[in-house]
Design a binder for this molecule. Structure first.
Ligand SMILES: [Zn+2]
Length: 274
């Protein structure tokens, strides 16, 4: 049976991108940013299909509104998961039976050093800890995939994002496409050079995806979320099962899918108009 591959594509970690003007739909360089993002996704789709010609490829648009990739410019051999809100957010496609996952255009967690556009799910979230370990989107999404028995076999973004991933999944394929010189500055590969490396890396990752077992968070999950606004804490405290302390929202759950749903809700709370 054909293998099903989920490619989750964010935007901050794409080659050439360093500033919110390139990633925010309201801003003047956004149209360029989304073309660069679509081209990077295409390189990975091509690399996957080079290794596994019959693969079923799902591309999950996973940045901001989840409506960035240009559908008509995406490789026609892939299907596009687009729009929000949606169950499993950036990792939508796991519930459709994906067997292998890849991260493209990813960024490091909030507070990381020399990391381009680093944040964790929303600018107003300062940290997420699961069973006392701090995780950015890379960690949360790797654990979410792991809870479905799915290994993440490739990660691409800036060097800081790749290091964050390697700390969780040693020896998996990474493709650093730029080195952060600050939150809004980087030394970047040319997009076409990045695309060549992504294509080759995706082929390599598919040839040895069995090498990397899924990363599974053990036992019940204790989740703590530090947020910027006291008002977010006040609203979160209205939800059953949530306790709060200072600017930290705390909850316990049995499954990563449930934890991820709560994290998506907290992100939305941070974005409510006061
Ligand atoms: Zn993003």
């Amino acid at each position: 049976m054909a293998i099903k591959v989920l490619i989750s594509v964010d935007m901050e970690g794409i080659a050439g991108i360093v500033h919110p003007a390139e990633t925010n739909p309201e801003r003047y360089e956004y149209e360029r940013g989304r073309r660069l993002m679509t081209a990077a996704a295409n390189a990975v789709v091509e690399g996957v299909i080079d290794a596994e010609p019959t693969a079923e490829v799902l591309v999950a648009d996973s940045h901001g509104p989840y409506r960035n990739i240009l559908p008509e410019e995406l490789d026609r051999r892939a299907r596009l998961i687009r729009g929000k809100p949606r169950e499993l957010g950036m990792m939508a496609g796991l519930q459709a039976g994906a067997q292998v996952a890849m991260f493209v255009g990813y960024h490091a967690r909030a507070g990381a050093s020399s990391a381009v556009l680093a944040h964790t799910m929303a600018d107003a979230i300062l940290d997420v800890r699961i069973n006392d370990r701090s995780h950015g989107e890379i960690g949360v999404n790797t654990l979410l995939a792991g809870s479905y028995g799915v290994p993440v076999v490739l990660a691409s973004g800036d060097a800081a994002a790749c290091e964050e991933f390697s700390a969780l999944v040693p020896h998996a394929v990474t493709v650093p496409v730029k080195r952060g010189l600050g939150q809004h500055a980087a030394d970047s590969l040319h997009p076409e050079e990045a695309a060549d490396r992504l294509r080759q890396a995706a082929t390599d990752a598919m040839r040895r995806y069995d090498d990397h077992p899924p990363v599974v968070a053990s036992g019940p999950l204790h989740v703590e979320v530090d947020v910027h606004q006291p008002r977010t804490v006040d609203i979160a405290a209205l939800m059953p099962g949530v306790v709060t302390s200072g600017r930290t929202i705390v909850f316990d759950t049995e499954s990563m899918a449930a934890a991820y749903g709560m994290l998506q809700l907290i992100v939305m709370l941070t974005q409510l108009a006061p």
